[in-house]
Design a binder for this molecule. Structure first.
Ligand SMILES: [Zn+2]
Ligand SMILES: [Zn+2]
Length: 276
């Protein structure tokens, strides 16, 4: 008797579900036919220009939580040390009453390396699973198994922040650079990751909204970077010379820690946008 009732309930549920599904499909089809702009791209909030979501990520005003997706390929996972340090680094900066969620997504090796930035965008479209919804803002980092197409015999790109919530770290390039010095790899991973996150947060003067007077903060010889030599945002991570990278690796080995935002300039700018 009991079993019979259960089966009946299941059937009833299935029936209701089918009707609902049919109605939804019919309604959606109807909407598409009648109104071309009715369906908003669910990724729309994550397809904006670099630096435009700095305040949304830092402050608690519009978005109460942050989701950070860390996507890497199965044979090139970034070091646990760098992932843990990145989590601490974010939590120390953002003001989120509902917290920060970290999601790790393991994807197959992506073919076609070296990658143009358009290919990096296409990879994001295929593998990214977390998008901004409601009052949760999402950001995404891809640890690429291939290098940047812009690399030459003399220059290299370690990472790029290319959209309001999107970063690529050329993990394979970092591994190659530190091949003779693997203990420096976690420091180079962190420096690249934190630096690109700084660009996501609008540093330096990405959206022409720096609170400091002209020339005081942004290094006019190296636009969008900081004038303070030991600041995290002083370094360039795109198209840098290989000899510069060697100096950077030596510096990281010596100091054995990751550069931070300077207090008076970079941190002051972040605090103006709601950072802790
Ligand atoms: Zn940079
Ligand atoms: Zn700075």
């Amino acid at each position: 008797m009991f079993a019979k009732i259960q089966i009946y309930t299941m059937k009833g549920f299935k029936l209701t579900f089918s009707i609902l599904f049919f109605v939804t499909v019919a309604f959606t089809a109807c909407k598409d036919d009648d109104n071309n702009d009715a369906v908003e791209d669910p990724r729309a909030q994550n397809l904006k220009a670099l630096g435009t979501s700095a305040e949304d990520i830092l402050s608690n005003a519009t978005f109460k939580s942050l989701t950070v997706e860390l996507a890497y390929t199965n044979n090139q996972k970034p070091s646990q040390e760098a992932l843990d340090r990145f989590k601490d680094f974010i939590i120390a900066r953002v003001n989120k009453s509902d917290g920060v969620n970290f999601i790790e997504t393991v994807v197959p090796n992506q073919s076609g390396a070296p990658f143009t930035i358009q290919e990096i965008r296409d990879i994001e479209t295929n593998i990214r699973t977390q998008y901004t919804v409601g009052d949760d803002i999402a950001m995404y980092v891809f640890f690429s198994n291939g290098s940047s197409e812009n690399d030459t015999d003399t220059t290299v790109t370690l990472g790029t922040a290319y959209q309001n919530t999107s970063v690529v770290v050329y993990q394979n390039t970092l591994v190659n650079i530190t091949a003779d010095d693997p203990e420096v790899l976690p420091l180079l991973e962190s420096t690249t990751l934190h630096h690109e996150f700084g660009h996501i947060l609008g540093l330096v003067n990405i959206q022409d909204d720096d609170i400091h007077i002209d020339g005081e903060h942004e290094d006019l010889d190296h636009p969008k970077h900081c004038v303070i030599e030991d600041c995290l945002m002083f370094f360039e991570a795109s198209n840098i010379t290989r000899s510069h990278v060697t100096r950077m690796v030596n510096m990281l080995r010596q100091r054995a820690n990751v550069p931070e935002f300077d207090i008076e300039l970079c941190l002051a700018d972040l605090q103006a946008k709601g950072s802790r």
